[in-house]
Design a binder for this molecule. Sequence first.
Ligand code: 9UX
Length: 72
Amino acid sequence: AQLETVLSVAGMTCAACVNSIEQHIGALNGIASIKVDLMTAQATVRHDEHAASAEAVRAAVDAMGFEAEVLV
Ligand code: 9UX
């Protein structure tokens, strides 16, 4: 089933961070859509719970060098 997960993303300091997260995470298997907001430091992700769990998405953002936490 498809889920919507909201992550907090610490460590984004410019708009290019937003683009690189959207491009990289958006290309992963099981990600339907991702919108990253620099001002709120949050990412809203629609994803397939089996192909890409909320924790897997969080870990993938972390692996890019940011510090992500699942909020919702
Ligand atoms: Mo901007 Mo983000 O120079 O990792 S791309 S800080």
